[in-house]
Design a protein around this ligand. Structure first.
Ligand code: NDP
Length: 429
């Protein structure tokens, strides 16, 4: 089937101008992050796992252990696990087959620079339900010990997902050079490492299969829930059954499953996000989507209820804010929110959540991230790594979006900023 509508003829060279500005500190930043993300993923495991002797391990032991590992061939070999790689490949194939065979509506994304609209198949939520059904059925038949392999072979899965991200990043970079490819405005600098990292082509696809939106929601996000289920199974095996799994473990599973299910259920809402409309697909999104997945104490009912309330508040802000903008960008305004019309014709909300800050959705997302770390208690800062990392990511993302909007809306953006002065947290930041 055709997956684009309404073509406008304009030479590709005009549509694909050279990018003149760099983000992430340019090629050196892109290079460092491309090494830094895999390094941090391994470090978080080796620095905060049962084998490491603490979380974090005793500080004085770190340099010796680090040097020992680097010069040890068996350490390097331990990063690879053929069985985990094959399971990972099977998982990825399952997601593709589910995309192809499960029924789903084809919906249009936003209008691209070519005047066209891409069409996307909506069946991420049914893929999730199928994966959950198969996994839960498998566990109830074979017991929790049958599903601990994700936990047991963790590092092998990390390596497999990294290899997958690398392969995809090289593939989409090479295929972006075919004639007629629509490039991302920020990914056409001509510098290989930078364009490879940030994503050169806006919407790389194979036939009607859109690589970016597929990776964004399916293989990584659903696997995140399966990894969490595997952790619950591991605890059930060690503590003698599911009845003895800690409340904090259940909370983390519930929060993150909810987050993932919500994102998948609201699949069409990603088509108005920055990743889809603006960023190309390169190593940054591939490794973010496929490898960079996050990481539990007995809390007691009172603390558990507090953490639950915190998560629900974050979720409400996140969902309501994203819903307001997505409705608005799709021509609906059920709450009759006020807006500001820019000279480009595009309108910006100035009341509701989007009148409280310029990125209220990030505020809700951050509250949820904190609620996911709180069940780990306060014994170690390591389990708050995700909150800190996520805050840095969202602050940086807000700045990037601000710059993009300034380019798009010029003086109107300045006027909008006066109406909505806070960046993320109303009255604070
Ligand atoms: P957003 O959904 O926040 O979209 C930003 C765009 O919205 C702007 O470029 C602009 O585009 C439009 N916009 C800005 N202000 C207004 C306004 N007042 N009224 C109407 N439209 C406006 O982008 P993101 O992709 O960054 O975030 C989407 C969601 O994904 C968020 O909830 C975020 O928290 C989450 N996220 C989660 C991550 C994770 O790792 N868990 C990582 C990154 C994001 P235009 O005007 O062109 O429409």
């Amino acid at each position: 089937m055709s997956t684009t509508t309404k073509a406008k003829s304009e030479p590709m060279a005009d549509l694909n101008p050279r990018s003149t500005t760099y983000e992430f500190l340019g090629p050196p930043g892109a290079f460092l992050i491309s090494f830094g993300v895999p390094f941090m993923t391994y470090l978080l495991y080796f620095g905060c796992s049962e084998e490491s002797g603490g979380c974090p391990p005793p500080l004085q032991s770190i340099p010796d252990r680090f040097m020992e590992a680097l010069s040890d061939k068996t350490f390097w070999a331990s990063l690879w696990n053929t069985e985990a790689s094959l399971i990972y490949l099977g998982w990825y194939a399952f997601c593709i087959v589910a995309w192809a065979v499960l029924p789903g509506d084809w919906v249009e994304g936003v209008t691209m620079r070519t005047g066209e609209k891409k069409k996307y198949k909506i069946n991420a939520f049914s893929t999730f339900l199928l994966a959950m059904g198969i996994s839960c059925g498998y566990i109830s038949r074979n017991g929790p010990e049958s599903f601990t392999f994700l936990y047991q072979k963790w590092i092998g899965f990390v390596t497999a997902s990294l290899v997958m991200s690398l392969v995809q990043a090289f593939y989409v970079y090479a295929s972006s050079y075919r004639p007629g490819a629509l490039l991302a405005l920020g990914g056409n600098s001509g510098n290989f490492i930078y364009d490879w990292y940030i994503g050169r082509e806006l919407n790389p696809s194979i036939g009607s299969f859109d690589i970016k939106s597929f990776n964004e929601l399916r293989p990584g996000l659903i696997l995140w829930v399966l990894v969490n289920i595997s952790m619950v199974c591991e605890q059930a095996v060690r503590r003698g059954g599911f009845a003895n799994v800690t409340d904090s473990m259940w909370l983390v599973l519930a929060f993150q499953t909810w987050y993932v299910a919500d994102g998948l259920y609201n699949e069409p809402a990603i088509f108005t996000t920055m990743d889809i409309t603006t960023d190309g697909f390169g190593f940054m999104l591939a490794v973010g989507d496929l490898t960079w997945v996050p990481f539990p104490v007995e809390l007691g009912p009172l603390l558990a209820a507090g953490v639950l309330g915190f998560n629900l508040l974050g979720y409400y802000i996140f969902r309501d804010a994203n819903g307001e903008k997505n409705d608005f960008r799709n021509g609906r305004n059920p709450k009759n929110l006020k807006y500001f019309t820019t000279s480009t014709g595009s309108k910006l909300l100035t009341s509701g959540w989007w009148g409280r800050s310029r990125h209220p959705n990030y505020f809700g997302d951050l509250l949820m991230a904190l609620a996911w770390s709180l069940p780990t208690g306060f014994d170690t800062p390591i389990t708050y790594f995700y909150v800190v990392y996520f805050a840095v990511l969202l602050i940086h993302r807000q700045r990037r979006d601000d710059e993009n909007c300034e380019k798009k809306y010029g003086k109107d953006w300045e006027a909008y900023k006066k109406l909505v002065p806070y960046r993320i947290i109303p009255y604070v930041y």
